[in-house]
Write a protein that binds this ligand. Structure first.
Ligand SMILES: Cc1ncc(C[n+]2csc(CCOP(=O)(O)OP(=O)(O)O)c2C)c(N)n1
Length: 381
């Protein structure tokens, strides 16, 4: 693994003065190092990867320097529009360095949601006319590739990518629970309380990362079936849209359980749900203020009043975020019969249970199981 301070110095010495992006597991240590060492106005953790391209383009317009945008390859999709219609050579021709974590790299075992994206990562870049180099665990090679990328970005006035394979920027160690937050519930405790408080046959849609993993484990430990859950293991930022789509087509209660970064990634969808007003829909955001599942980098969740945003988008709320078992139970009860969609923000503590097993399940089987449950009007599951 490269020394992050050395890499950061190389960036500064090469004239890169602005970094933005969405954190990724494979870039975990790089993201944390930059978060802790770069000035607050020179490193921005963006809501989504397209947001990061826009910020970087703006910074370039104001300074003429070449910004760096980091992301997991699953975020390339979010950048396609601003890359092709803003920074591409045929449009405003803006030089950027893209640092991309390569999940699902061919030949490496990874989860289903990363496989296709991993397979076509380089093809996608080629299709968008973005030259790239693949970084391996070799410090000298990485520094050389950085120099190459800057030269090419500057001479071509367009984006260039560095693709990081596993082990180049990743420490692999995850933070445990922070003892300062002891008065707050863990995500797992909060999910358990939600499951205790909603009707048994509610459909639960959970967001990518720890939330899906913990919901799955809780169903096992509670001896409950999985056929009422949709685990949105990929497609970050679209969980509440999936849940709203289900809610519009069923009379059952539909509960979306979502991390704050996931809710923020495409937060415009709140306004769509607010317009459609499904009365059987409850959106619960588990706000720890960080991107826990990829290393604990800050998210805007610590700064935003999600309850107010939801209220003004057309949701019914309890007017404030909730923290304790009693507050969560009370909030769910008071929004049980609601004349529109309901929204609850639970403030939870940072940190993860380190002995949580990896999520292993058959995606197609679980989809069929959920669909037959949803389409069986007599089902009590
Ligand atoms: C489009 C996209 N960008 C980035 C990622 C990588 N990623 C997976 S989980 C996650 C953080 C999720 O944070 P949050 O929703 O707050 O839940 P937490 O992990 O904190 O419980 C990120 C950035 C992704 N899967 N998809």
């Amino acid at each position: 693994m490269i020394d992050q301070a050395l890499f950061s110095n190389e960036l500064i010495n090469s004239g890169i003065e602005f970094i933005t992006g969405v954190p990724d597991t494979l870039l975990n240590d790089f993201c944390l190092h930059i978060e802790n060492s770069w000035p607050r106005d020179k490193h921005v953790i963006a809501a989504n990867e397209g947001n990061a391209i826009g910020l970087a383009a703006g910074y370039h317009l104001a300074t003429g320097t070449v910004p760096l945008v980091y992301m997991q390859n699953s975020g390339i999709g979010n950048t396609v529009n601003p890359i092709l219609s803003l920074v591409h050579q045929g449009v405003y021709s803006i030089p950027l360095i893209l640092l991309i974590g390569w999940r699902g790299e061919p030949g490496r075992n990874d989860h289903a949601q990363h496989k296709k994206q991993g397979e076509i990562t380089t093809t996608l870049l080629e299709t968008m006319d973005i030259p790239y180099k693949v970084l391996t665990d070799d410090t000298e090679g990485t520094i050389e590739a950085l120099k190459w990328s800057l030269d090419v970005a500057k001479t071509s006035n367009s984006p260039v990518a560095l693709i990081a394979t596993k082990g180049v920027f990743e420490k692999g160690e995850k933070a445990g629970f922070n003892s300062d937050d002891k008065q707050l519930l863990s995500r797992e405790e909060a999910i358990n309380i939600v499951l205790n408080s909603i009707p048994d046959n509610s459909i639960v849609v959970a967001s990518t990362g720890r939330t899906t993993r913990e919901l799955f484990e809780l169903r096992n430990s509670r001896h409950e079936k999985h056929n009422r859950d949709f685990l949105n293991v990929g497609s970050m930022g679209h969980t509440s849209s999936i849940a709203t789509g289900i809610a519009l087509a069923t009379e059952r209660k539909v509960v979306c359980l979502e991390g704050d970064s996931s809710a923020i990634m495409h937060m415009g969808s709140l306004t769509t749900t607010g317009v459609m007003k499904p009365e059987n829909f409850m959106h619960i955001v588990l706000n720890n203020g960080v991107h826990e599942s990829v290393g604990g980098q800050k998210s805007a969740g610590y700064n935003a009043n999600l309850t107010e945003i939801a209220r003004h988008s057309g949701y019914n709320t309890v007017d404030k975020s909730v923290i304790t078992n009693e507050e969560i139970t009370e909030a769910i009860k008071s929004l049980e019969t609601s004349d529109g969609p309901a929204f609850i923000e639970i403030i939870i503590r940072k940190g993860i249970r380190k002995d949580m097993p990896p999520l292993k399940f058959d995606l197609l089987y679980s989809k069929k199981d959920l669909m037959s449950n949803l389409q069986n009007k007599n089902s009590n599951d």
